[in-house]
Design a binder for this molecule. Sequence first.
Ligand code: SRM
Ligand code: SF4
Length: 612
Amino acid sequence: MSERNGHAAGAGAGGGGPTGGPRPAGPPSDAERIKSSSRHLRGTILESLEDPLTGAVRPDDAALLKFHGTYQQDDRDLRDERRRSRLEPAYQFMVRVRAPGGVVAPAQWLALDGIARTAADGSLRLTTRQSFQMHAVLKWDLQRTIAMVNQTLLSTLAACGDVNRNVMCNPNPHVSALHAQVYEHARALSEHLSPRTAAYHEIWVDGEKVVDSRGIPERAGTGEAPAARPHGPGGDDEEPLYGTTYLPRKFKIGIAVPPSNDVDVFSQDLGFIAIARGDRLTAFNVAVGGGMGMTYGEPATYPNLAELVGSCTPEQLIAVAETVVAVQRDFGDRSDRKHARLKYTIGDRSIEWFRDELHRRLGWELAPALPYAFESSGDRLGWTDGADGRHHLTLLVENGRLRGRALDGMREIARIHDGDFRLTPNQNLIVARVSRGKRARIEAVAREHGLTAGEGQSAMRRGAVACVALPTCGLAMADAERYLPHLLDRLDPILADAGLSQAEIVVRMSGCPNGCSRPFLGEIGFTGKAPGRYNLYLGAGFSGDRLNCLYRENIGEEEIVAALDPILHHYARERTPGERFGDFVVRAGYVQAVASGKDFHAAAERGRAALA
Ligand code: SRM
Ligand code: SF4
C-alpha cells in the first residue's frame, strides 16, 4: 500500500455537492475522536459490560461495540410505558454475525439456533447482506453470546462499524464450478480486509478483564500500559490497513455472478462482476461508489449506483479491493458522517479522479470493463440440481424472519442435513448440497413446518424484501418487516384482478431512508416517513441497474393502494412483450428515468413539474 491513513492531514473532507470539488476540511466528527482514543476498539467496553446499574453501555462504548458486531438498542414498543414507569429504556443488543457469501454449516446453524432460543428473542433474522442477526440480547448475556458465536468458528467482528462489512456473493457455489471459484474469492477478500485488532479476542473470546489495578487498560498478562508500547494494542501497526481511525464510514463489497445480480452489485461501495469463459473465472469487472442511504430534506445526500472503472484478473482482486479501501480511508469525509461514504468521495471529485488515484497507487492500470448481462436481482426459489449431483432447495423466508414453527423446522433440517446452508441477498435460505438420499426427507420436514418455496403466492410477494425497522431499529420512522406482509395482502387482489399474480415485480420496503432493504432499487419502493406513512418510489431497473424515482410523498395505506391500483392495471393492459414494470412506469410517464445518484432528487422535481 502506497499511502497511510491521511485523514488527519485533511485529505478527507470531501463534498461540495453535485457541482464541485471537495468541501473544505471540517473538524473531525465525534466518531473520529471515539475511534482514535479507543486503542483499537477497546474503549471502556469491559467496564461498561460490568456496570450492574444499567442495562446500557457508555455512549462511546456503544459506538465502538458496532465494530464488534453488536448494536445497543431498546424495545421501541415499550418506550412510552417504561418512561411512564420511570424506568430506563428496555436496553437490549442486536448481535450480527459475519458469514462471507452467507454460507454456514449445519453445526453452525444449530449453534446459532441455540443462541437465538436461549439468549435472544427466539428468532433468527436473515439479513439483506447474507448474515444473521439475533435481537434482544441483554447486556449480561452479551459476552457469552458472542463467545458462543466464535465457538462455532463464525465471528461478529466487522459485521458492523467503519470497516469492510460482510462480503456478499451469489450464494450458489455448488451449482457450478464458477460459483465455487467466486465464493473462494469472497472469503479471501473478507479475511484480507478484516480488522486485526486483538481487542475483539480480549473482550469476547479470551474473556479476560483487561484493566490493571489502576484501572488503566492493558493487554492481558503483559502488565504493560499501551502508551509504553508503541507497537502493542493501540499502537499504530496493530491495524496495517485501517490505522487508528479505521474508515470514515462503513464499507461494503459484493460479487455478482451474471446473469444474476442478486447481490445488487451497483449498490455496493465496491462491486465485482465475475466474468467467465465457460465454467472458468477469467476476470472481474470493478464498480465503485454505490450506496443507498440518504436523509430526507437533505438533497446533498442521495442513493447512488456504482460505476464501472475497468476490470482485473482474479489474482489482482485483493490488491484492487485493498487499494480502493485505502483511497476511501485517505480521502473520505471524516467530519460529516452523512457525507462520508465512498459515493460522496467520488461524487465530489469525479470518477476519472478516482480511477487515476487507484491506478497511481496500484502502479498498474485496470483493463477495460468486459461485457456482461444481468437478467434479474431475485432468487430462484425451489429445487435446483447442482453440477456435482447434489440438490439445492431455496426456501422463501418472509422478510428474513425465522421464528416458531419455521425455526423449529430449520433446526430439524440442520440435524439431518449433510450439506450446508446459504443465506441469499433477498433474505431467503438455501438448503444447499442435499444428497439424493436426503432430499425427500428434507422436503417433508420443510413442508411439515410451513417452509415453502412460495408456491401459491404472488410473484410480487415471493420477491419482496423489507428491513427490520420497528420495534428494534433505533432509526426506524415506520414499520417495514411487520407491515409489508399486510400491504401485500391488499395488493394481491389487485394483482389477481389485473392478471399479474405471477408477474415478477420487485418490491422493497424500508422503515426509513437509510435503505437497508435497498428500496431505491425496487421497481416499487417504500421508505418510512412516520408511523403508517411512506414515500412511494417507482421505476427501478428489474435487474438493479437503474434507481427508482419518488412518485408520492408521505402517504398512508389507502393512498398507496389507490395509487398503485390504476398503474398496475395500466401495466397489465399496455406493457409490451417482456416489458418490466419498472421500465413501463418510466415509459408511461409516471416517473422520470433517474440517470445517476446526483439526478435522484432532480428527477423527482422534473416529474413533479411534468405533472403540474
Ligand atoms: Fe442497515 C443502519 C439493519 C443492510 C444501510 N441497518 C442500520 C441499523 C444498524 C440501525 C442503526 O444504525 O441503529 C439497523 C439495525 C436494525 C435492527 O434492529 O436489526 C440496520 N441493515 C440492517 C439489516 C439487518 C436490514 C435487514 O432487514 O436485513 C441489514 C444487515 C446487513 C448485514 O448483514 O450486514 C442491513 N443497511 C443495509 C443495506 C443493504 C446492503 O448493505 O446491501 C443498506 C444500504 C446499502 C448502503 O449501505 O448504502 C443499509 N443501514 C444503512 C444505513 C445508511 C448508510 C448510509 O450510507 O447512509 C444505516 C444508518 C447509518 O449507517 O447511519 C443503517
Ligand atoms: Fe432501520 Fe432504516 Fe435500516 Fe430499516 S432502513 S433497518 S428502519 S435503519
